[in-house]
Ligand binder design. Sequence first.
Ligand code: TMP
Length: 206
Amino acid sequence: MSGALITFEGVEGSGKTTQMLRLERWLRAKGYRVERTREPEGTRLGAAVRRLFERPGIRPEPLVEVFLFMAARHQHVVEKIRPWLERGRIVLSDRYADATVAYQGGGRGVPADLIRELNVRATGGVLPDLTLLFDLDPAQGFRRIGRRRLDHFERQTLAFHRRVRRGYLEILRAEPKRVRLIRAALPPDEVTRQVRTVVEEFLRGA
Ligand code: TMP
């Protein structure tokens, strides 16, 4: 496979989606062929999974959450990500395999080893070449989100989101070469500079 998969991870309100759009424009201007996607909504099946969480009366068990996100992920890899990588594209994904380790592992207490094993199956071994972890205190993230209507995961307690943050930081500690810390509490233009520095370095070495 000749392309590269770059994933964007972090707690709610970390600004990763805005930064991903900026990076996409910047890479395109440099002549790279880029595809942008997100999880779980990257396919129609994934969008249906996302909507499930918002349906009244549906309260998936932690392990069911894992299965649902894995189902969306496998479909996403087969339908979109793998074909793009085979065509040499740089694929930018707003969340991917690490999100399940952080949210369902760190947040909900599903054993991380089990999630990692299922991720290997769900991704068929298509793992990120580079992951940007947008780190900030979830309380600050929620101040940024402000009063917009919160979704299922955003409505969880602050303690839940702090566990998610810790889950992400553990992934960073375990894989410091693949995962790069972005200090998301800084002003947006400064965050953009950090992202470009990390991605430039990655592309030079890739
Ligand atoms: P967002 O990226 O637009 O915030 O929406 C995705 C939501 O789904 C977010 O709250 C995190 C959650 N999520 C998980 O809990 N596990 C996963 O594996 C993924 C991909 C997302």
